[in-house]
Design a protein around this ligand. Structure first.
Ligand code: ZN
Length: 405
């Protein structure tokens, strides 16, 4: 390791206890995507730390997300605010650091309870995905700012409150950030073996609303148009669009509709998620869904509407991402960390930044296991390990040793 990087890296090691304390403090605040109070409390706690860094801290209002209710009607759901911190000195080099403040756990749930399992392990809601990553990002930036390379690079932090629901309010903000930066660093959890995510599938969430006509099941069934039958047919044909070997899967996660069995139901709702590895596959499924919709919608007495779409396009391992991954792997080697590359079916804001043209590394956070489950935990040692990795990347960028692809 070159000596000029050592002071900042050593300083990170001195921050170990503070990092654990911050992670426990932030994980104890419930910040479920729709828990606006909790998200505000987390922002307040994070602001106390972020204010140590240079740059202006700003809260950004997001437009509400839209959801289809069990009555088939669309309604607005308010979102929390995003956080932005920008260091702007006019430097030519400029990086975006990002993460999400929200978690998938609604308030009031017992599990996962925040618990220091042993010396090496911390369990709790969002400790890996991704409050651990937020602590890593903070300390890596602090270390970078303590280094002589800080004068040569500007950066911007963007924290959103809605990633776990597909970033419906913050996607335009992410695209805007992608345009004014040279590369993106996202602090989503690493793979369980500490590896970096090289490619991610795309993900689309859809709601199909089938409408027919109500009638008495005994007196005049011929006048009814059974919306559940229409939806069932749609779902069976929909699953025919799957191509698991090509990485395309479809999951119908919820169906709603109907009432008494002697009434022909006039409304049925099906909610489904599609994962695809390539944009071509994404298009094929989108077109297939539309063709199915048209066919059922054209029938007398029926309508079928599809809401939603691909919130995150696939993130392929392209040439620019490969260059970035190679730089990160080399930084890991300098630090004695092995960083194998893997792929993930889970999406992140890295998908959205890459789609907006920004080369992005999106698994710089802590090593964690059992994300989105009652057992979510993270490895405590990875806090300082990953902060050293991110700080070294930043310092090499500032030193001009790494050029953003
Ligand atoms: Zn996440």
């Amino acid at each position: 390791m070159e000596r000029r990087f050592m002071d900042s890296l050593d300083w990170i090691d001195s921050q170990r206890e503070r990092m654990i304390r911050l992670l426990e403090e932030w994980a104890a605040i419930n910040s479920y995507s729709y828990n606006l109070e909790g998200l505000a409390a987390l922002r307040a706690a994070m602001a106390r730390e972020l204010r140590r860094l240079p740059g202006a801290l700003a809260e950004i209002e997001l437009p509400p997300s839209r959801a289809i209710g069990p009555d088939g009607a669309s309604s607005a759901l308010p979102l929390g605010k995003a956080f932005s911190l920008r260091k702007d000195t006019g430097a030519a080099r400029r990086a975006l650091l990002g993460g999400h403040m929200d978690t998938v756990y609604p308030p009031g749930q017992e599990r996962p309870r925040l618990e220091r399992v042993d010396e090496k392990t911390l369990r709790g809601p969002g400790v890996a995905d991704m409050k651990g990553g937020l602590v890593v990002m903070l300390v890596a930036l602090e270390a970078f700012e303590r280094s002589p390379f800080a004068a040569h690079m500007d950066w911007e932090v963007l924290l959103n409150p809605d990633e776990e629901i597909g970033s419906p309010g913050s996607t335009p903000l992410l695209a805007e950030c992608a345009r004014r930066n040279r590369l993106g660093l996202i602090f989503e959890p690493a793979l369980p073996d500490g590896g970096l995510v090289a490619a991610r599938k795309g993900s689309g969430s859809f709601t199909a609303v089938a409408r027919g006509r109500a009638a008495h099941a005994g007196r005049n069934p011929q006048e009814g148009r059974n919306a559940i039958h229409a939806l069932a047919e749609f779902i069976v044909e929909l699953t025919g669009l799957e191509q698991p070997n090509g990485g395309t899967t479809i999951n119908v996660g919820r169906i709603e509709g109907g009432g008494a069995v002697n009434v022909v139901p006039d409304l049925a709702i099906g909610r489904f998620n599609v994962r695809a590895e390539t944009v071509d596959e994404q298009r094929r499924v989108e077109e297939g869904v539309e063709a199915l919709r048209r066919r059922i919608d054209a029938r007398e007495g029926f309508s079928l509407d599809i809401h939603g779409g691909f919130q995150a396009p696939p993130k392929r391992l392209d040439e620019r991402t490969r260059v970035l991954l190679e730089h990160a792997t080399e930084c890991g080697r300098d630090l004695g960390l092995s960083l194998p590359w893997g792929s993930s079916g889970g999406v992140s804001d890295g998908n959205r930044l890459a789609a907006a043209g920004l080369p992005t590394l999106d698994s710089l956070g802590v090593v964690g296991v059992a994300l989105h489950s009652p057992d979510e935990y993270m490895l405590v040692d990875s806090l300082t390990e990953r902060a050293r990795l991110a700080a070294l990347l930043l310092m090499k960028l500032g030193a001009g040793e790494i050029d953003p692809p």
